[in-house]
Write a protein that binds this ligand. Structure first.
Ligand code: IPD
Ligand code: CA
Ligand code: CA
Ligand code: CA
Length: 260
């Protein structure tokens, strides 16, 4: 396995995300086009595409042997995770970006031969930078995030879309047995919130690799558990379901979901 300068790559990822913030904030003041993709819940704007193009230019210029799997087009050539792959969501939470001008993130997971090495989730408007490096832990705005502590389900805040209750009515039991349910509409940030203890679990039935990769890398560094809804590992090559959680709460959640 070729080594790469992980610290330098992490610093560049952080610098480029902060530069991308400037680009986003400037473009928010202009009019930008909004297009519907597959359906009314699936939007893309020029800003999403411009941020992806910004990273594509930076990465290909600086690291010619690294590959980019980005939501807005550059995923198409990526059929495996060999070598170094940047898995990028240029704007995670595009609906929030369009309708709220807030509550969206840039998400990056940098994998080497399928192993998450660097995680970055950047809440652009709050200027909150979640970063991780394999074996070195995770930080929020430069301050170390402590390993996830023991918490029980009845004192936990969980996050999932209300619509998922139609997929599995057992999720109603989690509503009853936890302290409460939240939904932010920005998967990467919801995973980052699990990493720093603002939430104990995040559940989804429909995520792409770029929604999951940055938050997954962060959670690896603080002792979080991430699987699909069946308890299997994620592949980061296709869409999947997800439970990302505090390990103690993960156990309680799966006990509830396996109940007859
Ligand atoms: C979406 C957000 C949302 C999740 C969707 C994603 P996008 O990403 O992460 O929270 O529920 O499944 O597609 O399209 O805004 O990048
Ligand atoms: Ca999208
Ligand atoms: Ca996304
Ligand atoms: Ca996106």
């Amino acid at each position: 396995m070729d080594q790469f300068d992980r610290l330098e790559v992490k610093e560049n990822a952080e610098r480029w995300a902060r530069e991308a913030r400037e680009l986003i904030v400037a473009q928010m003041k202009e009019t930008f086009s909004i297009t519907t993709k597959a359906h009314q819940h699936d939007l893309v704007t020029d800003v999403d595409k411009n941020v992806e193009k910004f990273f594509l230019d930076k990465i290909s210029h600086t690291y010619s042997d690294h590959r980019l799997m980005g939501e807005e087009g550059s995923f198409e050539e990526i059929k495996n995770l060999d070598g170094v792959v940047w898995i990028l969501d240029p704007i995670d939470g595009t609906i929030n970006f369009v309708q709220q001008k807030s509550n969206f993130a840039i998400s990056i997971g940098i994998f080497q031969d399928g192993v998450p090495i660097i995680g970055l989730v950047y809440d652009v408007m709050r200027d909150e930078m979640f970063l991780s490096l394999k074996g070195e832990g995770a930080t929020l705005n430069g301050i170390k995030i402590e390993p996830i502590p023991k918490v029980s389900l009845n004192e936990s805040l969980l996050s999932f879309n209300a619509g998922w209750m139609l997929k599995d009515r057992k999720l109603e039991w989690l509503l009853e047995e936890s302290r409460g349910i939240r939904s932010y509409g920005v998967a990467s940030l919801e995973m980052a919130y699990v990493a720093c203890g603002r939430l104990e679990a995040y559940i989804s039935f429909n995520l792409a690799p770029w929604d999951m990769a940055g938050g997954y890398a962060l959670l690896q560094e603080v002792g979080g558990i991430v699987t699909n809804y069946n308890g299997d590992p994620l592949t980061f090559l296709e869409k999947d379901t997800m439970i990302a959680a505090n390990p103690w709460v993960y156990k309680e959640i799966t006990e509830v979901l396996n109940r007859k």
